[in-house]
Design a binder for this molecule. Structure first.
Ligand code: MG
Length: 189
C-alpha cells in the first residue's frame, strides 16, 4: 500500500486559488467570465458596483478549502466522463447530462450558499436563465467528446456566491458609513 504520509492533502489558500484558477482555465473558464455573471446579476439590485469587487469576490471564493474540493472534483468527474472511465449506467447519465440528474446542482447549491441563502436563489437564476460562460459551457457540452455536466453548475455557483458576497460587502460598508466609521477592516468578508 502507498505511504499515506508522502501524499500532500493540505494546501494553502494561495495554492488552492492557483490550482483552481489553472484548472478552470484548462477547462476554458476565465475568472473574468465568472465575475461578468456576478456583475450582471448584482448590478440589477445594487448601484455603483465595480467589476473589480466582483473579480475580487471570485478570487476569494476560489481560495476557500470547500470550494477547492468542489472545483477539483467537479472538473475531474467531467473529464472522466469524457474519457468514458465510469462503469455502469452513471457513465451515460453524466456524459449525456440527463435533465433529471441533479447531483451537479446539489454541489452548486452547496457552494452558492457560502455568503447567505440568497446565493442559492441567485444560483437558481443563473441555472435557469443561463447567461455568459454558463451558457457557453452548456452549449459546448452538447458537442461530441465534451462533458460539462458538473462544471457549468460549479461555475454558476461561484458566480452566485460572488454576487452575494458583493451584496454583503456593500451592506457592511453602508452600515459602517451610518455609524460614522471608516471602511471596515476587522470583519473581512
Ligand atoms: Mg449541470
Amino acid at each position: 500500500m502507498a505511504d499515506k504520509k508522502a501524499k500532500k492533502l493540505i494546501y494553502t489558500r494561495h495554492e488552492m486559488f492557483e490550482l483552481n484558477k489553472k484548472l478552470l482555465l484548462k477547462r476554458g473558464v476565465t475568472l473574468e467570465s465568472i465575475a461578468e455573471i456576478s456583475f450582471n446579476q448584482q448590478a440589477k439590485y445594487t448601484d455603483n458596483i465595480s467589476r473589480d469587487i466582483c473579480l475580487e469576490s471570485v478570487e476569494k471564493i476560489l481560495s476557500l478549502r470547500d470550494v477547492f474540493h468542489h472545483v477539483q472534483l467537479a472538473a475531474e468527474i467531467d473529464r472522466l466522463a469524457e474519457e468514458g472511465m465510469f462503469q455502469g449506467p452513471i457513465q451515460d447519465i453524466i456524459y449525456e447530462d440527463l435533465g433529471l440528474f441533479g447531483i451537479d446542482e446539489t454541489m452548486g447549491l452547496d457552494v452558492s450558499g457560502l455568503y447567505g441563502t440568497i446565493g442559492q436563489t441567485n444560483f437558481g437564476d443563473i441555472d435557469v436563465n443561463n447567461h455568459g460562460i454558463v451558457k457557453r459551457l452548456n452549449d459546448a457540452g452538447k458537442e461530441d467528446g465534451i462533458c460539462h455536466t458538473f462544471l457549468d453548475d460549479i461555475v454558476g455557483a461561484i458566480a452566485a456566491a460572488a454576487s452575494t458576497r458583493v451584496a454583503q460587502v456593500m451592506s457592511e460598508e453602508t452600515a459602517h458609513e451610518e455609524t460614522g466609521l471608516k471602511r471596515f477592516s476587522i470583519f473581512d468578508l
